[in-house]
Design a protein around this ligand. Sequence first.
Ligand code: G3H
Ligand code: 13P
Ligand code: NA
Ligand code: ZN
Length: 323
Amino acid sequence: GLVNSREIFKKAIKGKYAIPAFNFNNMEQMQAIIQACVEENSPVILQVSSGARKYANQTILRYLAQGAVGYAKELGKNIPIVLHLDHGDTFELCKSCIDFGFSSVMIDGSHHSYNENVILTRKVVEYAHRYDISVEGELGVLAGIEDDVVAEHHTYTQPEEVEDFVSKTGVDSLAISIGTSHGANKFKPEQCIRSAEGVLIPPPLRFDILEAIEERIPDFPIVLHGASSVPQEQVAVINNNGGKLKDAIGIPEEQLRCAAKSAVCKINIDSDGRLAMTAAIRSTLNMHPEWFDPRQYLGPARELLKALYKHKVVHVLGSAGKA
Ligand code: G3H
Ligand code: 13P
Ligand code: NA
Ligand code: ZN
């Protein structure tokens, strides 16, 4: 069945790797995630955002995740699978997911005052732990769009707050802000430097803040949101097939490899999957204008997604072989 994230986080911190948390909204994404993680023998977190619930319906996503457990077994590997609510913003939403069989929830109180964040997070933890459901909290605000809230700048996590926050709330993991952000436009070109090959290199993540956090709460599970790398090959495929993505820039994989070796044990990736699906669909339909069966373009999209997820677990997060 579905598991909570406690054990897999413990192992990931000890083993110096990170568990992938991939967002899903539909069957093809779920299948690609499960195929990739079964073939690479990786634990995995299936993530459902509020937007995903609105798009696909919570009941359907819950049963898709249940289907994922059966599907993994059928493919021959009983890998640990977590069904996690991404960016829950109210107690009621978290409760609804817990009551309905999610094995993990995030309560994102990071837009509230510190004290309100503590109270809200504590309330969710008290309820969740009765059912052995793990809870992720957040301190600090990511620049860009998060839960319909748009922040102009990063508010980095203050290392002075983390010990008090985890002890007062009892959370199982903590999402932090060290320079990542959601979506496919994480940096403006003018914030980047251009390499000799013409590649834009964004400013590095604030590993100094991560270290200061780890000093205060050693070996406590840390979560990195907004960790897509925005592969330029996919952006080019999209734009060469009628797309118009401008200034799409992500987090360099080398930075994520570094993070995965630390207490960062969950790395959230959504945008890279969206880019892969769109690239495959655009190029497939461009090559075959006579096709109209959704399976003809969703099939290749699923294949490219699977390749992307395999790449992540093998070459970036290091979770391959750890199931
Ligand atoms: O946190 C952001 C995730 O990428 C989910 O995005 O709310 O558009 O589903 P979404
Ligand atoms: P990306 O937009 O970088 O993929 O981040 C996803 C995320 O953090 C989901 O919670
Ligand atoms: Na790690
Ligand atoms: Zn996020």
